[in-house]
Design a protein around this ligand. Structure first.
Ligand code: PLP
Length: 258
């Protein structure tokens, strides 16, 4: 049996809701073999991030080499990268590999805790986005990266164009924070795919962004073209949000066993 091989390059969430834990659960649920390059450790629960420690660039490089030199990789997802040094290290490792790369340009957690140094934004723009097959910023991340503030669906097009300027093949702008329907825009600058889902009345959404990006990477590894992979990933994350459950005293995680 050969399973597609998917690698997450991301941080750990000790509460098990986001980060590599969400990524590996998504990969298991979608029938691919999940592997991880850990970039940072967070002390985290349903109430927030209580501490974060990044790993040395050398440890990130060594994990990546260990995986690709022996096992191989069919698709990569990147999440929390913490610092400019790690962003640049990961971009360097992924450049020119020919493997699809889904970049979730994680900036700040749902509780408002920073997961990326402000000094790393320029490296995300100029080093990481250019190696992305699909970049999946939410509206806060779009504003941080491009200065475009999205207040309507029309703004989503401007936001996507601004992200595409940095070089990813596709931009998936997640409009979930807009009022009304949960609408996302996927575009490569010519094709436009609007992805709509009803707004779910569930506050237990911790790990949504990680889950969506990992699902896109998993479907790409399974051989779907980008628009189909993103549509399938959106269906997966909508189900996971619908099944999100309370845990601890704060925001519970999305569920992968729905
Ligand atoms: N913790 C880690 C390690 C993450 O990678 C992320 C998101 O990418 C989060 C927390 C934030 O998750 P959320 O915004 O769903 O709370």
């Amino acid at each position: 049996m050969t399973l597609p091989l998917v690698l997450t390059v991301a941080g750990s969430d000790s509460g098990g809701g986001a980060g590599i834990q969400a990524d590996l659960k998504t990969m298991l649920a979608l029938g691919v073999h999940g592997m991880s390059v850990l970039t940072a450790v967070t002390a985290q629960n349903s109430l927030g991030v209580h501490g974060a420690w990044e790993l040395p660039a050398e440890a990130v490089r060594a994990q990546y080499r260990a995986v690709v030199d022996d096992i191989g990789v069919d698709a990569v997802k990147t999440g929390m990268l913490a610092s400019a040094e790690l962003v640049e290290t990961v971009a360097e490792l992924l450049a020119g590999t020919g493997v699809p790369v889904v970049v979730d340009p994680v900036g700040v957690s749902k509780h408002g805790d920073p997961l990326l140094a402000a000094s790393a934004l320029d490296s995300v723009r100029t080093k990481l986005l250019p190696v992305a097959t699909v970049a999946t910023p939410n509206l806060d991340e779009v504003a941080q990266l491009t200065g475009v503030r999205v207040e309507s669906e029309a703004d989503l097009v401007r936001a996507a164009d601004a992200v595409l300027e940095y070089g990813p093949r596709w931009a998936l702008i997640k409009g979930g924070h807009l009022a009304g329907e949960a609408v996302d825009l996927l575009t490569d600058g010519s094709e436009k795919h609007w992805l709509r889902a009803p707004r779910l009345d569930n506050r237990h959404t911790h790990g949504t962004g990680c889950t969506l990006a990992s699902a896109v990477a998993s479907y790409l590894a399974l051989g779907l073209p980008v628009p189909e992979a993103v549509a399938a990933a959106k269906r997966y994350v909508t189900g996971a949000i619908a099944a999100g459950f309370p845990l601890g005293g704060g925001i519970g995680p999305v569920d992968h066993g729905w």
